[in-house]
Ligand binder design. Structure first.
Ligand code: ARG
Length: 262
């Protein structure tokens, strides 16, 4: 009896929820291409534009690898790309709630994030790197983990998640922007910063007295995240990415921002 009632109640609740959601949220609109997006004819991309060379400001414009790849994808889909700059840790929530169509922010595919959103096929690789002052005594990951050093990270990033797992909350200082973590490092508030390798290179180049340790902390893959309910969009973007991969567009975009070393 008890379980049946429970089930009935939960079925009624689910029904009410579905009605509620359908009743108050704006339904996704279909485009010419037949794709449903947050705004008809547009592809709304959420990013956090303090992550060179993937996304950063050039004057008032947001530019970078992610922006150009997303533009090429939107082109293929016949959609106009709209970029929304937001905190990194509100991208997934916004994609889930139907505020944005995609999150494109040098975002690493993780099992935990896959519980909340879908990811496209990866379009780039990343490595979590460690930045320290040039005269730091820290020489590798093990030393960083074993000591009582304070590590700066960007809130909600994989660097943040892994560091908290490995050394505990008390030793991790979280900042909304990668740049802010770097400022904390140059002013001696933290002993190291853990962040993706390409932004790390850009930050080290822009600030005197910092260096990247040779040893990588974690290797990752970047992809765009999409609402779990929009499989058509996921498939369409995956097809577009495959074409852009095949015809060399993605390589050309990456090469424009990350000149081959050597
Ligand atoms: N790859 C890391 C992650 O997914 C960091 C990404 C940060 N991106 C940004 N645009 N700020 O957690």
């Amino acid at each position: 009896m008890k379980t049946i009632t429970g089930k009935l109640v939960s079925a009624l609740l689910t029904g009410a929820l579905i009605l509620g959601v359908a009743g108050c949220s704006k339904p996704a609109e279909a485009t010419e291409s037949g794709l449903k997006t947050v705004e008809s004819g547009k592809l709304v991309m959420a990013t956090n534009a303090f992550f060179p060379p993937y996304e950063y400001y050039e004057g008032d414009d947001i530019v970078g690898i992610d922006v150009e790849i997303a533009e090429a994808v939107a082109d293929k889909l016949g959609l106009e790309l709209v970029i929304e700059d937001t905190e990194f840790d509100s991208i997934i929530v916004g994609v889930q709630s139907g505020k944005y169509d995609i999150g494109c922010a040098g975002m690493t595919i993780t099992d935990e994030r896959l519980q909340s959103v879908n990811f496209t096929t990866p379009y780039a690789k990343g490595v979590q790197s460690i930045i320290v002052p040039e005269d730091s005594e820290i020489t590798d990951v093990d030393m960083l983990l074993a000591g009582d050093y304070i590590v700066g990270v960007q809130t909600g990033t994989t660097g943040d998640i892994y560091m908290q797992d490995d050394i505990g909350e008390a030793r991790v200082d979280r900042y909304q922007k990668g740049n802010d973590a770097i400022v904390a490092l140059t002013s001696g508030k933290v002993d190291a910063v853990v962040i993706d390798n390409e932004p790390a290179k850009a930050f080290v180049a822009a600030n005197e007295g910092l260096k990247i340790l040779d040893t990588a902390y974690v290797e990752e893959e970047y992809a765009m995240c999409i609402n779990k309910d929009n499989e058509e969009l996921l498939n369409a973007i995956n097809e577009a990415l495959a074409e852009l991969e095949k015809d060399g567009t993605i390589d050309a975009i990456v090469a424009k921002y990350i000149p081959a070393e050597g």
